[in-house]
Design a protein around this ligand. Structure first.
Ligand SMILES: *[C@@H]1O[C@H](CO)[C@@H](O)[C@H](O)[C@H]1NC(C)=O
Ligand SMILES: *[C@@H]1O[C@H](CO)[C@@H](O)[C@H](O)[C@H]1NC(C)=O
Ligand SMILES: *[C@@H]1O[C@H](CO)[C@@H](O)[C@H](O)[C@H]1NC(C)=O
Ligand SMILES: *[C@@H]1O[C@H](CO)[C@@H](O)[C@H](O)[C@H]1NC(C)=O
Ligand SMILES: *[C@@H]1O[C@H](CO)[C@@H](O)[C@H](O)[C@H]1NC(C)=O
Ligand SMILES: *[C@@H]1O[C@H](CO)[C@@H](O)[C@H](O)[C@H]1NC(C)=O
Ligand SMILES: *[C@@H]1O[C@H](CO)[C@@H](O)[C@H](O)[C@H]1NC(C)=O
Ligand SMILES: *[C@@H]1O[C@H](CO)[C@@H](O)[C@H](O)[C@H]1NC(C)=O
Length: 839
């Protein structure tokens, strides 16, 4: 026999006889204890006889909640209060028992995968239990809550409600911050509005629970709408407390739903009928019935399977305790759900407004937001949801198709059309963002194209698109209109944020910020012809020349007046005895050549010695500096800031794109240098113009635009010439913000902004932008780091000194000529003077 009872192994307890612990709490039931005990016993006797045909139940009764958990238990049935129910659950949890609990109301249900909980609820007082159940099932998850209620709900009921929404679940550490607002009876509409206008969602949180009468709820809804308290981030749950009204009239509320709301209704759908059964006895019997039926079914199934296989096989495949528990629970729940009659007249329905994106549903006739049923609640099995309670909080736009409008404007949005004008590719920075938004907010999109005919559709998407395409930001008028009249949900295009547009439409958070700067010719290397004079400045040279010229006569003077020669009898002729020779001597000494003559007198020698010292310092400095100048190329002073540019305004002209944001900003700017830039601009230029590029190359023109666009020009020039002819200025001025456009007062703006902020924080936008902008090349190098390490001295560096040599030669020739002429003249005169004498 396969079903031998084997008490040594808890996993292999035979199903033929199972052990059921029944805990009936005497303290909980008081004087009803005996009745309940009899009811249970009676029903079990009945069930053993009528239902359990294939096995038996051994009952272990307990009348207190302190029990010894025996290893061979299969199930436990408890009737006690909430606290003890949970305590018993925890006590027996490890044993994988089927736990059937009947507890008092306002009790969190035990985990539904291991237990069935039936709270005994007084008719008409189910509200706290519903809120508790919804919370337990994570149907709403609120950390803050504003409860707005009126006098139709009893004070002790509101206390219980608040306890339900704040009560810490077992093991749940999240606390709920609650604000209460009681509305006085007979409040006038303006008073109501005043009260509601004190609500600040930033302080009180985004979740609202309204428990009010039918008429008040309508007014609250109306004012919440006009006070902008109903939004894409705020959640409103309405519970209508007076039940005399027929709830088919929820239509009234339906009409007040608007785009972007998150509004749910809990709606009492209880039937009032004589046939409705309920109460403790009903539940006890129903639960035991479900259990014994499930058990009988399980025994039969196992028996059937066991009889078809060999004993060894059966040992291998027989269900273990948890499998058996899951099977029993599943079939019990199934039975209760289908056949449960106890308290099944008490029924609440959950309806919620499907609002997001409805406005854009169809192009022809605008659809209205409508109420959809998302679930229901019964005391015996709790909430039964077919969808989320707050549809849009959970699923965003729920896959709605939103129309969007765009235009071709690389690299922000690059469109590729095929022959028939259908969009085949939509790429660029903005599409990347839109695609991410559509993923996160759960929508799809349909594109409308503005200015379809005016662009060349040959561009490729992946960054290799034609750099010739002008980066502009001229927004088609029709695009603005269609966003404004809500034909489309948003503009899938980057548009410059300007005040005038902001007045008509709403911008999202900036996607990117473009700064203006200017492009100048890369500073050229200066000619090295005069390298040999560059170690000293001009005044040093002049001083030096003056020193040579003045030191000669000084030496002569001292030499001349020294009495040493006379005293010692040295001849005073020749040598330093002429001014001319003194100057030559000084010059020679300067070039470290020495002179033929040295003064004999100490006075003059001291002067000469002093000069030698000057020479030493001078020449060492010169040599050192010259080496440095040979190694480091000499670069023109670059134009890097606006002030530099203005300082060069006589030699350099400038221009910028007409109609650009920059032009407008410059025009209204009061800052002096911006005024100068604006007034001094050259009009009607285009960067496609070869002449402009050439005059920029030559350093005569400077072009001001977005940094990104200038990088395109640089890249284009680099690809064409292979040289880095241009360089960006270091100063950025005027930031131009690019953002997406939405219709004025679009409820989705905060939501979209939130997503864009997330994208910024993740660095995705920056990454995408880099993909579409020109890649770095060597022209991006900082202009100050020009190759210096490897300069070999060449003829260019030397040419100056050779030139001086040549000049010296020419000058010498010239002097020779003069000397010749002088000589001839002198000889003639001599002859002339002599002739008369001879005659
Ligand atoms: C729900 O409706 C039923 C029938 O109209 C009523 O008896 C019961 O009190 C209502 N429940 C609440 C909580 O108002
Ligand atoms: C209650 O249960 C009975 C029996 O299953 C069923 O006929 C009846 O429609 C149920 N009532 C409600 C309101 O679900
Ligand atoms: C998008 O919405 C659909 C429809 O409600 C839903 O089934 C789906 O799970 C949602 N997707 C996401 C990622 O939320
Ligand atoms: C353009 O694309 C659309 C949609 O993909 C397609 O129906 C149409 O035939 C294409 N036209 C051409 C000329 O390829
Ligand atoms: C990107 O551009 C290159 C060069 O034009 C091309 O070969 C490649 O197929 C493109 N890739 C994609 C994904 O478009
Ligand atoms: C919105 O504006 C566009 C462009 O002017 C126009 O074609 C369209 O008919 C307008 N739609 C509505 C609903 O006004
Ligand atoms: C949207 O634009 C309107 C004017 O059209 C303005 O009053 C409102 O403050 C803007 N909203 C935001 C969030 O900027
Ligand atoms: C230095 O010059 C030599 C010879 O011209 C060359 O091979 C080497 O690459 C240069 N090094 C650097 C750092 O420029």
């Amino acid at each position: 026999m396969h079903f031998a009872y084997n008490p040594s192994s808890s996993d292999n307890v035979s199903l033929l006889f199972i052990f059921l612990a029944i805990v009936i709490d005497r303290e909980f039931l008081n004087e009803e204890y005996e009745d309940v005990k009899n009811e249970v016993d009676e029903y079990l006797t009945y069930a053993k006889r009528e239902i359990l045909k294939h096995g038996g139940v051994n009952v272990h009764p307990y009348s207190w909640t302190s029990i010894n958990v025996r290893k061979d238990l299969t199930a436990i049935f408890t009737i006690t209060n909430c606290y003890n129910t949970w305590r018993l659950y925890k006590l027996t949890n490890r044993e994988d028992l089927v736990h059937m609990a009947i507890s008092d109301s306002d009790c969190p249900r035990l985990p539904s995968d291991t237990a069935i909980t039936i709270p005994l609820i007084t008719r008409g007082q189910e509200l706290p239990q519903i809120l508790l159940d919804l919370r337990g099932a994570n149907i709403y998850n609120w950390k803050t809550l504003v409860v707005i209620y009126d006098s139709t709900i009893h004070d002790d009921m509101i206390t219980r409600v608040i306890k339900s929404v704040t009560q810490r679940k077992f093991g749940d550490s999240k606390a709920t911050g609650i604000s209460l607002m009681q509305l006085q009876p007979n409040m006038s509409r303006t008073e109501l509005k005043d009260v509601l206008s004190t609500i600040n969602p930033k302080v009180l949180g985004n979740n609202f629970l309204v428990i009010a009468s039918y008429y008040l709820a309508g007014s609250i809804m109306e004012y919440a709408k006009s006070l902008k308290l109903a939004s894409t981030t705020n959640q409103w749950m309405y519970i209508i407390s007076d039940t005399d009204n027929n709830f088919k009239e929820l239509d009234v509320f339906e009409n007040q739903l608007k785009e972007g709301d998150n509004i749910a209704f809990l709606n009492n759908a209880t039937l009032n009928s004589k046939q409705c059964q309920g109460g403790r006895k009903c539940h006890i019997e129903e639960l035991l019935k479900a259990f014994t039926r499930a058990l009988d079914q399980a025994i039969q199934d196992e028996f059937d399977t066991a009889s078809q296989v060999s004993e060894e096989e059966w040992e291998a495949i027989r269900p273990i305790k948890t499998e058996r528990r899951d099977y029993l629970l599943k079939s019990m729940k199934n039975y209760l759900f289908k056949n449960g009659v106890c308290d099944n007249c008490t029924r609440w329905e959950m309806k919620t407004g499907e609002t997001w994106g409805v406005e854009y549903d169809t192009l022809e006739q605008k659809a209205e937001p409508k109420m959809v049923q998302v679930g229901s609640w019964r005391p015996s099995d709790g909430p039964d949801m077919t969808d989320e309670l707050f549809l849009h909080i959970a699923h965003g736009f729920r896959g709605k198709t939103l129309p969007m409008i765009t235009f071709h404007n690389p690299p922000w949005q690059i469109l590729k059309l095929n022959g028939t004008g259908e969009v085949v590719e939509f790429g660029g920075l903005i599409p990347d963002i839109i695609k991410e938004l559509s993923k996160n907010l759960n929508f799809t999109f349909r594109l409308e194209i503005a200015n379809k005919t005016t662009f060349n559709s040959g561009a490729s998407i992946n960054g290799s698109y034609d750099v010739d395409t002008d980066l502009t930001n001229d927004v088609p008028k029709v695009l603005l209109e269609m966003i404004k009249n809500k034909t489309v949900a948003m503009g899938a295009c980057a548009v410059t944020v300007t005040e005038e547009l902001d007045k008509a439409l709403n911008f999202t958070m900036p996607i990117t910020i473009l700064s203006y700067t200017f492009l100048v010719a890369r500073p050229k290397e200066l000619s090295r012809a005069l390298l040999f004079i560059s170690p000293f400045t001009m005044d040093t040279w002049i001083c030096l020349a003056a020193a040579i010229v003045s030191m000669g006569p000084l030496l002569y003077f001292i030499h001349r007046h020294s009495p040493v020669y006379e005293y010692k009898g040295y001849p005073m002729k020749g040598g330093l005895a002429s001014i001319q020779n003194c100057i030559w001597y000084m010059y020679g000494a300067l070039l470290q050549q020495g002179g033929m003559h040295l003064p004999y007198a100490d006075s003059a020698r001291i002067l000469v010695g002093g000069w030698w010292l000057v020479v030493l310092v001078m020449s060492t400095t010169y040599c050192g500096n010259l080496v440095a100048f040979l190694t480091f190329p000499k670069i023109d002073i670059p134009i890097t800031t606006l002030d530099d540019l203005i300082a060069h305004k006589d030699t350099v002209s400038w221009s910028f794109r007409e109609g650009s944001f920059l032009e407008k900003e410059l025009m209204i700017s009061t800052e002096g240098r911006f005024k100068t830039i604006f007034d001094g601009r050259i009009k009607h230029v285009s960067t496609d113009n070869e002449g402009l590029i050439r005059s920029m190359e030559e350093g005569k023109h400077v072009y001001i635009d977005w940094k990104q666009k200038l990088q395109f020009i640089m890249k284009r020039q680099f690809l064409k010439t292979g040289r880095c002819d241009f360089v960006l200025a270091t100063e950025d001025f005027f930031d131009e913000k690019l953002a997406l456009l939405v219709a004025p007062d679009s409820p989705y703006l905060p939501k979209i902004n939130e997503e864009i902020k997330k994208l910024h924080q993740m660095g995705l936008i920056q990454k995408w932008l880099q993909d579409y902008l020109p890649k770095r090349d060597r022209c991006w190098k900082n202009r100050h780091l020009i190759e210096v390490n490897n300069h070999t001295v060449n003829l260019d560096d030397m040419q100056g000194s050779f030139f001086v040599l040549f000049l010296g030669f020419v000058f010498a020739l010239f002097l020779l000529l003069i000397e010749k002429l002088w000589h001839r003249q002198f000889s003639k005169q001599k002859k002339k003077i002599i002739q008369p004498f001879m005659a």
